[in-house]
Design a protein around this ligand. Structure first.
Ligand code: HEC
Ligand code: HEC
Length: 357
C-alpha cells in the first residue's frame, strides 16, 4: 500500500471503534433544508447529492477520529525533507524557505495575516503544515488533492519562492552536501525525489494526544465541563456537519458565506475562492472547510487572515454557515472546546533537532 493509503488505513483503523461510539452519541443537528448551490466536487464518500437536506453530507462521516499516536515514516527520507524545508536556497533570491512561512518552532504557520515571499505579500493566510498530511484537500480553496502536487504551488508562485524544478535540481546537484545526502539514501536527484522527501517530512508533522483525542480514546476526564459543553454545542449547532474527520475539517469544499456574502464579517477581502481556479460561476466563494486542529494556536483566521480572535471567527461561522447568532456563552464554550484540539508538538522535530546532520 502506498503511504497515503497506509495513512488513511491507520487513521481509519484506530478510528473505527471510536467513530462508532461517537456516531452514537452525536446529537442530531438542526434540520437544514438549504441545498448548497454548486456544491463542488468533494472527496470520495462525501459527494452524495441525495443528502441535500443535510448539507449534502454523508451521515456516516459525521465523526472525528483521533490523530494516530505514531505514524510510520521513512525517517532518513523525512530528515532530508527537513533539511530541504529549511533551505532558503530553494527560492529565487536565496532568502525564502518553506519555513519562512511555516514556522517549525511555533505552529507550522505564521502570525501574519498574509505571507511575504520573494516578491512581496500574497493574498492568503499561511496554512499550518502540522497535520496537513491528514487533509484530503489542500490549500484554502482545496484546489489540489495531494501533497506532492501541493509543493508545486509555493515553488512556482512568483510571490512565494519564485523558482522552478530545473533550477532547484541544478542547485541540489551542485551542492556537495546534498549530493552526499542523496547518495546515502540511494536517491537520484530529481524533482520527484525532492518532493518525496518534503512530503515524507510533512507526513511526520502530526500533533497527537490533544485533550479531545484523549477523550475520544476513552478518558472521560480529559475535557473540562466547559469543553464538554462546547463539544455538545459544536454538534448541536451543526459545526460538525462540515468540520469533521481526523482533522476536524480539511475534507471538503463548501461555500464561505452560505447564508450570504454580508454574513462573513465586514473585514473580508474579496477572494472568490475556487472560482479563481475554475472560472465556473458555481464555484464562487467555495473554500475548503478549514481543519480546526490546533486552531487556538494559529491566529489570524480565515483565508485572508483578517480575523484575529477565535471567538469572532466562531460568531462569523454561526452567521455565515449556519444562519444563527450564537449566544456569548455558546461562543465561549465552543472556543473552550476548540482549545482542546491542540496536540503535542510533532515528536520528529525534537528528534531531528537533537541529532542534526
Ligand atoms: C511566502 C510564504 C510561503 C512559502 C515560502 C511557502 N508557503 Fe506553503 N503556504 C503558504 C500560503 C499562503 C498557503 C495557503 C495558500 C492558498 O491556500 O492559496 C500555503 C499552503 C501550504 C500547504 C497546504 C496546507 C493545507 O492544509 O492545505 C502546504 C502543505 C505547504 N504550504 C507547504 C509548503 C512547502 C513544502 C513549502 C516549501 C517548498 C512552502 N509551503 C513554502 C505560504 C508559503
Ligand atoms: C457549511 C460548512 C461549515 C459549517 C457548518 C461551519 N464551518 Fe467553519 N469553516 C468552513 C469553511 C469553508 C471555512 C474556511 C473559510 C475561509 O475560507 O476562510 C471554515 C473556517 C472556520 C474557522 C477558521 C479556521 C482557520 O484556521 O482560519 C473556524 C474557527 C471555524 N470554521 C469554526 C466553525 C464553528 C465553531 C462552526 C459552528 C458554529 C463552524 N465552523 C461551522 C465551513 C463550515
Amino acid at each position: 500500500m502506498n503511504k497515503k493509503g497506509w495513512l488513511i488505513a491507520i487513521s481509519t483503523m484506530s478510528g473505527i471503534a471510536i467513530c462508532v461510539s461517537v456516531a452514537i452519541t452525536l446529537l442530531p443537528g438542526k434540520d437544514h433544508t438549504h441545498e448548497i448551490p454548486g456544491h463542488a466536487d468533494h472527496h470520495g464518500e462525501s459527494a452524495h447529492h441525495n443528502h441535500a437536506h443535510d448539507l449534502n453530507i454523508e451521515p456516516t462521516r459525521e465523526v472525528i477520529s483521533p490523530i494516530p499516536d505514531s505514524i510510520e515514516i521513512d525517517k532518513p527520507l523525512a530528515k532530508l525533507g527537513w533539511i530541504l524545508f529549511k533551505d532558503p536556497k530553494l527560492s529565487s533570491n536565496n532568502r525564502v524557505s518553506c519555513e519562512t512561512c511555516h514556522s517549525l518552532t511555533t505552529n507550522g504557520a505564521e502570525p501574519h495575516a498574509t505571507s511575504t515571499g520573494v516578491r512581496g505579500t500574497g493574498t492568503r493566510n499561511s496554512l499550518t503544515v502540522f497535520n496537513a498530511a491528514l487533509n484530503y484537500r489542500f490549500f484554502w480553496d482545496g484546489r489540489v488533492n495531494n501533497l506532492h502536487e501541493q509543493i508545486d504551488g509555493p515553488i512556482h508562485n512568483s510571490l512565494e519562492m519564485n523558482s522552478n524544478w530545473r533550477t532547484i535540481e541544478k542547485y541540489i546537484s551542485e551542492s556537495p552536501r546534498y549530493s552526499t545526502l542523496f547518495s546515502q539514501l540511494n536517491l537520484e536527484i530529481s524533482e520527484q525525489s525532492i518532493k518525496s522527501a518534503l512530503v515524507e517530512f510533512m507526513s511526520a508533522l502530526v500533533t497527537p494526544n490533544s485533550a479531545f483525542d484523549q477523550y475520544l480514546k476513552g478518558d472521560a476526564q480529559a475535557l473540562t465541563q466547559q469543553q464538554l459543553r462546547g463539544w455538545e454545542a459544536f454538534q448541536a449547532q451543526g459545526c460538525i456537519r462540515c468540520h469533521r474527520g481526523t482533522n476536524v475539517g480539511g475534507g471538503m469544499v463548501m461555500r464561505f458565506g452560505f447564508f450570504g456574502e454580508h454574513t462573513k464579517g465586514e473585514e473580508r477581502t474579496i477572494d472568490t475562492g475556487r472560482y479563481l481556479v475554475t472560472s465556473r460561476p458555481e464555484d464562487m466563494f467555495l473554500f475548503r472547510v478549514a481543519s480546526l486542529r490546533n486552531v487556538v494556536d494559529t491566529p489570524p483566521y480565515f483565508h485572508d487572515g483578517n480575523t484575529q480572535s477565535l471567538e469572532e471567527a466562531i460568531r462569523i461561522m454561526g452567521r455565515s454557515q449556519l444562519g444563527v447568532t450564537l449566544a456569548d456563552n455558546t461562543v465561549n464554550d465552543i472556543s473552550a472546546f476548540l482549545s482542546s484540539l491542540s496536540g503535542e508538538r510533532p515528536a520528529i522535530l525534537e528528534e531531528f533537532s537533537n541529532d542534526p546532520y
